[in-house]
Design a binder for this molecule. Structure first.
Ligand code: ZN
Length: 245
């Protein structure tokens, strides 16, 4: 997102909203973005790579315990997530990704397609290596997995009242994970987990917020080794534990 550009986009968006209210015609089109531009309105029944890109952006807007499939298939779950996203940002909750929805997303993303409040450099410490190498997946896959987590965290951050979230660990190589005392099956080696430190909202608040942000692995206070952070991860089966919450 270019900041000056965004201002122009916002003004245009207001103008578009105004003209639609007045005339209710002419298909609206959100302005192009430096990261990714959607070329059509998306609603239930749509399929394609542009649906997957949308799903990544709204994956943190699920109901408790839900995990949105990033499958390029716009079904009821995607519509519900889009609705929650729209409500969360004060837009009409239509469940249809229209130009107002895209304008909001464009305002939330940087040109590298990460959300504005998170960056790859926050997740790549990797025991001081500052890269995404040496894990159980390729560098590209690790970065893509982390990018998806960033969008879930962006949603969580907004729902917690726009409070900054401090990432203390993200991707780890196999050797880094071993040195950090991580489990031998740790999702950190896949770029599918992030730890949030204590200089954040209260630990149990973060742990609970992870439930409605699509995280199937949530470990917090009272779980061995997790009294000083909350661990959030993406996988297909549920592991939630924080006995002290
Ligand atoms: Zn962790």
């Amino acid at each position: 997102m270019f900041r000056r550009f965004l201002t122009v986009v916002s003004v245009l968006a207001l103008a578009v909203v105004g003209s639609v209210t007045a005339h209710v015609l002419a298909p609206e089109k959100a302005a192009a973005d430096g990261c990714y531009t959607w070329g059509r309105t998306l609603q239930q029944g749509a399929t394609g790579a542009d649906v997957t890109q949308l799903q990544i952006r709204v994956a943190g807007w699920v109901s408790s315990g839900e995990n949105l499939a990033l499958d390029g298939d716009f079904g009821p779950a995607t519509a519900a997530a889009v609705k929650r996203f729209q409500t969360g940002y004060g837009l009409p909750a239509t469940g249809i990704a229209d130009s107002a929805t895209y304008s909001k997303i464009y305002g939330l993303q940087d040109d590298d397609c990460t959300p504005i409040h998170f960056d790859y450099s926050e997740f790549d410490n990797n025991c001081g290596a500052n890269n995404y190498l040496g894990g159980k997946v390729s560098e590209a896959t690790a970065k893509e997995n982390i990018r998806r987590i960033m969008w879930q965290l962006e949603a969580m951050r907004h729902k917690l009242g726009d409070r900054p979230l401090n990432v203390t660990s993200g991707f780890r190589s196999v050797s880094c994970n071993e040195a950090s005392g991580g489990s031998s099956t740790s999702l950190h080696m896949y770029g599918q987990a992030a730890d949030l430190g204590l200089s954040n909202p209260p630990q149990c608040t973060m742990w609970n917020a992870g439930k409605t942000a699509g995280f199937e692995e949530l470990l917090g206070p009272g779980y061995p080794g997790h009294n000083d952070h909350v661990h959030l991860g993406n996988k297909s089966t549920r592991s939630w534990s924080a006995p002290n919450c």
